[in-house]
Structures are given as C-alpha cells and as structure tokens.
Design a binder for this molecule. Structure first.
Ligand SMILES: *Cc1c(COP(=O)(O)O)cnc(C)c1O
Length: 554
C-alpha cells in the first residue's frame, strides 16, 4: 500500500470513508432496519449494493481478472474524475495526455483545477514513449493514454505504452474503451505486476449498455480500495446493476456482434476509399473510422440532410477536415454510403442481403446457455470454423485445457462460466461438461453425414488414447491415474467427472486411457487426444450424407 499512498493526496489519505451497517455484517441478515428505507417492497425500495459484488464477479470472468481488481463507476467518466480527485492537487498538479484524444481527460482536469500538458502524437497517430515522457514535470501526477485511441481509432504500440508505465513515477491510465474491437490483449493482465497502472474499460461500447452508465477500472487492489473510498457510496443504481447483470448472461452473443461490427468496419473502409471526396480513411482498431474529407463541411451537412449524424472532429490536432464515423448496422452503413456516393456522383448499390444485423447464421453451430443456482454458463461452438478461443471459467488450468479442445479439434469455441468457486469448483467443471455436450449435440443436429467414430493414438507429450463413438449410446471408460490431488488450480479427480458428464450428456461412447510421469502432461495429453478424436468423429463424411449407422438410426 505504501508505494501507492505516496501518489495520493493528503486529504484522501486521511479520509475516513462513509460506511454502512451492511458493510460490516458477516452473516446473512434478512430484516433491514438500518437504513431508514421504506419497508414496503416495490423493487427499488432498498439501497443498492455499494460495491456491486455480483456484477463485479461476472465482469471479472469476462475480463479475466480478479473481482478485487475491479472498480465500477457511473460510466468511465466517473473513474476519470476520481483519478484526478485522488492523485492530483487542485491548482498545483498537472496531468499529461496524448493529443488528439478523448475530450473528457481535459474537461475533468479543468473541473478539478489540474493543468493539462499535451503530447502530440507522431505521424499516423503513433506513440513515442520517450518523447512523451520528456514532457513530464515535477508536478505531473497522472498520464492518460487511450488505446485504441479516440478519435484516430488506432491501437498504440504495446511496447511504447509499457515503457511509459515502467518509467513514470506516478499513475498511468490506459483507457481501453475500444479494446474489444482490437483483437489485442488488454493491459489488465499486468495490473498486479505494474502497481501504477489503471486500465479503463466500459460497458458502453461493445457491451451495448451506454444507457446504463457502467464504467470499469481495473487496477491493483490498493488503488481499487482508494477509489471505493472516494466514490459516492451508492454510485450505481440497483436497476442498472440488475440490468447489466442480466444482459451479461449472454456474453457470447456480444462476441458475435463484435465480429459483425469488425466485418462492417472493413466494408466501410473499402467502400469509402475510392470516393474522390474522401482524402483518407485511417486504419481503425475500434468501432469507428476517422475519415479525412476534401471538404468536411459539405459531407457533414449532406449527411445531416439525409438524417445521418456523424461526429465532426476537425477542431482537434491532426484532424483537420476529419469526421468520425461510428460503424452501424449494414443497413445504416449503406444509408451513409448512399449519401456519400451521391455526393461524389458515383453509383452506389446497396447490398440486398450481405451480412445480417446480428452476425452469422446457419451451419453446424450452436450457442447454449445454462443457468442453475450454482453456475451461469454460455458456450458458443462452431464445428466448421476455427477462431481464436475465448475461454474463461475462473479456473486458469481448466481454461487452458478447454483451449486445447478448440485448437486440436480445429473448431470455434467460446466458453464463459460464472460459478461460486469459493465454495468449490465441482459445479463449474461439471456444468461446463454438460453445457459443452449440449452444444455439440445441438451443432450436430440429427448427426447426419458425420464420420461418427473418432480415435486418437498415443502422442509424444503423454501416452493418451481416446476413442469416441457418437452413435448415441453411453459407455464411459477412464483409465487414467494421477500422482497428486491438484493439477494447476483444479482438483485432479474432477477431470474424470468432466469427461463422464460429457459422455452422458452427449450420449456417446468415450474411452480414455493415459499414462505418464507428470500429471500436467497426462491431462494435457488427454485433452489433446480427446480433441483430435472429436475432430475425426464430427467430420463430414463425403460418401455418406445419411445417418452413419447400418440401422439407419442413432
Ligand atoms: C466512450 C469512451 C469511454 C466510455 O465512457 P463511459 O463513461 O463509460 O460511457 C471512455 N473512454 C473513451 C476514450 C471513450 O471513447
């Protein structure tokens, strides 16, 4: 804590935060006579959870971080304001920001009487860490970096950002409001190692909850604690917490929308480039494009007359004649393109179908959600298309094993599982197995035209053999012995359970045998062999499109 406190304002260090009676009670209460609320239930008569534990737990799984590393604010804007209030002295401190960038860094600084120093980005909006740091003064307490940057859209170099974090004696905020569109890893993975780092994210952009106002700061637990002390006690209303929670129960739909938006971004970029009224379309890693026009006023006005509003960013440094265009639905984007093509005297053919408003459809794919009292799980599976897996169950080693399935079966697989791991991991592992089996079952449909059998022979890593028959009968054999009780953060005996539940719920024969010296290698061999066997079994059989059984029935 000491290393952080040296950055904190004296009055904040001394602050005794507001506390509620409910903070202190360890056992479950059910009669609330502590807060002068109206006792008659109408859904909102009680104060909301001040530290939003349940919502944080879910966000932690999605962001692959600890819930103790999360601060939630009334939008990221609350977090930005708090950072000034905690670390900067009014009329004394300064903050260093990149330019051009998000306007709130300056506005919030001005409100808090903090002087702003601007570092102008390099050509093509790149970051030069050493040049930026050369502007740091004695009184500079905070640095703001935005990546992908708004309004330029580009991801900044991770190496340069890391250099700033490592070489600044103060707080570095990396605003990642658009990180989900960037296909790049978040700096949040470093918050425990780099003590002066605060990462901002938000539910406002990809997560489609701008109306709710839920911003996320990810940092080490000491910074999070100070932010919690300074925020308003009930900064996120119970309606907003509940709505966010329920919308986050289907996170994988959001990932599909993300893909659709990224695809549309590419389409817009390609379609805008040939226009003579367009001077430049900047490369974007976000859900918007910065576009330099020959005359932005005409473009802006013509779009406006057509009912399309975009953001004029031409007053910012390096952004003359530039408009920022958010990627919309295919239909909305066509409307924009229609207007700009007409202005350019070019013919525009709107797509008849080409992309849906909600991502891909059809094919051997499934999204399955499963909610029980113990766990909340969603799995997306695509048997015919590999994509980089996103797997988060709160158990690192288990995540790593599930990733093997995606890579070695060469399938698309995303898994998000929120369970009560503090009690035990049993439910999470078993329920993932059940849900994964349901996903395979649904993606396979009537199991027509598949190879049906799969096997995998011993591989070098460990002696693992797996046999699968998707013929509809359940026979499970497990000949695997582990030396220890735990493998990574997972109870070793749970793996037997995992495959057994899978076999029962998919209705398949599954025989697994493995041998070796090292538990980690053994189980990794099992998952890889399982994936390879599955890959054979679900493969489409070119010679036989029917039911793969002489009985004509599975
Ligand atoms: C949109 C945006 C945010 C998010 O603000 P909220 O208050 O969470 O809606 C944060 N930073 C940048 C750079 C943004 O563009």
């Amino acid at each position: 804590m000491e290393d952080i406190l040296k950055y904190v304002r004296e009055n904040i260090k001394r602050l005794i935060p507001y506390s509620t009676a409910r903070d202190d009670c360890k056992i479950k209460m059910d009669v609330y006579l502590d807060a002068n609320e109206n006792p008659y239930n109408n859904g909102v008569n009680r104060y909301p959870s001040p530290f939003q534990e349940e919502l944080k737990e879910r966000i932690a799984i999605l962001k692959k971080t600890g819930s103790e590393n999360i601060f939630l604010g009334n939008g990221s804007d609350e977090a930005i304001d708090l950072i000034y209030r905690i670390f900067c002295e009014p009329n004394k401190s300064s903050a260093l920001i990149i330019s051009p960038s998000y306007g709130m860094y300056s506005v919030a600084a001005e409100i808090n009487a903090v002087e702003i120093i601007k570092y102008r980005l390099e050509e093509n909006f790149g970051l030069d860490a050493r040049k930026m740091l050369s502007l740091v003064r004695e009184d500079t307490k905070v640095i703001f970096i935005c990546s992908p940057n708004n309004p330029s859209g580009n991801l900044l170099s991770q190496k340069e950002i890391e250099y700033v974090i490592d070489n600044f004696d103060g707080i570095v905020v990396v605003d990642e409001a658009y990180i989900d569109f960037a296909g790049s890893s978040s700096f949040s993975r470093l918050v425990n190692e780099k003590r002066n780092l605060v990462v901002l994210q938000t539910l406002s952009k990809l997560y489609a909850m701008a109306g709710l106002r839920v911003g996320i700061a990810i940092a080490n637990r000491d910074i999070v604690k100070i932010m919690n002390n300074v925020k308003y006690p009930y900064n996120i209303s119970c309606i907003n917490q509940q709505t966010a929670l329920s919308l986050l129960k289907e996170p994988l739909k959001i990932r599909e929308q993300c893909e659709a938006i990224i695809e549309e971004r590419g389409y817009l970029e390609k379609m805008l480039q040939p226009l003579s009224i367009v001077k430049k379309v900047y490369k974007s890693d976000a859900n918007f494009l910065l576009v330099k026009f020959a005359d932005k006023d005409i473009a802006f006005k013509t779009l406006g007359n057509g009912g399309v509003i975009v953001r004029d960013r031409s007053s910012l440094e390096m952004c003359d004649n530039s408009l920022r265009i958010t990627v919309g639905t295919p239909k909305e984007n066509d409307r924009l393109l229609g207007i700009l093509y007409a202005l350019d005297n070019k013919e525009f053919h709107a797509r008849e179908k080409g992309g849906t408003d909600s991502g891909r459809s059809n094919g051997r794919r499934a999204i399955v959600s499963r909610e029980t009292n113990e766990t909340s799980i969603q799995i997306a599976l695509d048997l015919d298309r590999f994509y980089t897996p996103f797997i988060s169950t709160g158990l690192n080693f288990f995540d790593h094993m599930l990733e093997q399935i995606a890579y070695h079966a060469n399938i698309g697989l995303n898994i998000v599982a929120v369970g009560d791991l503090k009690r035990d991991d049993h439910h999470t592992i078993e329920d993932v197995a059940i849900t994964l089996a349901q996903a395979f079952d649904r993606a396979l449909g009537a199991r027509k035209g598949i190879e049906r059998y799969g096997f995998s022979l011993p591989m070098d890593e460990a002696e693992a053999t797996v046999l699968i028959d998707l013929g509809g009968r359940i026979d499970f054999k497990w000949e695997v012995e582990f030396k220890g009780n735990m493998i990574g953060d997972v109870n070793a005996q749970m793996f037997n359970h995992f495959f057994k539940s899978f076999s029962q719920n998919l209705k398949c024969n599954l025989h697994i045998k493995a041998d070796g010296e090292n538990d980690h290698h053994i189980i990794e061999g099992v998952f890889k062999a399982f994936a390879r066997a599955m890959k054979c079994a679900v493969r489409e059989d070119r010679q036989n499109a029917g039911i793969p059984s002489s009985k004509g029935k599975l």
